[in-house]
Design a protein around this ligand. Sequence first.
Ligand SMILES: Nc1ncnc2c1ncn2[C@@H]1O[C@H](COP(=O)(O)OP(=O)(O)OP(=O)(O)O)[C@@H](O)[C@H]1O
Ligand SMILES: [Mg+2]
Length: 279
Amino acid sequence: MSEVLLCARGLTKRFGGLAAVNDVSLDLWRQRIHAVIGPNGAGKSTLTNLLSGDLVPTAGKVTLDGRDITGWNPERISRAGLGRSYQKTNIFLPFTVWENIRLAAQSRTPQAARWLRLATSVKAANERAERALELAGLQARRGFVAGTISHGEQRQLEIAMTLATDPHVLLLDEPLAGMGTAEAERMVALLLRLKQEHAMLLVEHDMDAVFALADHLTVMVNGQVIASGAPAQVRADANVQSAYLGEEDAAAGPPQGGDAPTRGRAAGLPASWGANSNG
Ligand SMILES: Nc1ncnc2c1ncn2[C@@H]1O[C@H](COP(=O)(O)OP(=O)(O)OP(=O)(O)O)[C@@H](O)[C@H]1O
Ligand SMILES: [Mg+2]
C-alpha cells in the first residue's frame, strides 16, 4: 500500500549568503519514484544531503516514518531506515564486491553487537548482504575486486551497499552518471525493481531515465522548486520551459515530433540537462 515514508517541510540550507536549498518541501511515498531535476548547482545534492543528515538544515524539518529526524547524524538516520548513494562513486576499490557489500551490511549492526561479534548479528549481516547482492544483480561479480568491474557495475555495487543497510527509503544521487546506453538500461530496470519495496528520491540528469521512472517530478533552479507534479504536466509547464529555453523558445512551445531525443535529453527540455558533472 502506498504511504508517505519521508516528509520534508520548508527545508533551507544557506552557505554564507547563498541559499543552496530554499524552502523546499516534498513527500516520498512507498512504491513511488520522486525524481528531482535541474541544472548544475540547482541544489539537488544539497537537498539529498539534508535528507540524509550529511548536512544540517538552516531551517525546516524532516520526518521519517512520522519521526522527526531533523539534526540526526547520518548513521542514526541510516539505522532508522534511510539509505543513500552518492554522486561520486563511493566504494572500496581494492576489496571484492562481496566484501564491500558485507562491510556496508555490518554498518547496520549496533556497536555493542559488533564488539561482541554476536553470532546472530553476524548471521543477520550476512543475510542482508546476500539479499543486497542478489537484488542488485551482482551475484556473478561476487568475488571480483571492485576496481576491476565496469563503471556501471560499480554504480550497481554502490546501490547494493545501500540496500545492505536494509533501508525502506532510498536517496540516489545520479545513479546513471557516466553510463552508456546498455548500462543505463540495466540501471533503470534495477530501479524499477527496487521501487516495489521502497520509497525513492532520484536525482538524475538522464532525462530518458527520469521520464521512464518518475511517478513525480520536481524541478529545482537556484535552490528553489519551480515546478512539481506529474512528469507530463511538469514537462509541459511554461515556467519550466522558459527557465531554460528563454522567452522566444518558450513562446514557441515545446518541440513537436521531429528528431528523436538522444539519451540524456528529452524533447522540450534543454540540452544542458543532459550534462553530467561529478561535483
Ligand atoms: N559545502 C558547500 N559550501 C558552500 N557552497 C556549497 C556547498 N555545497 C554546495 N554548495 C553550493 O550550493 C549550490 C548547490 O550545489 P549542489 O551540489 O547541491 O547542486 P546540484 O544541483 O547537485 O548540482 P549538480 O547537478 O552539478 O550535481 C552550488 O552553488 C554549490 O556551489
Ligand atoms: Mg549534485
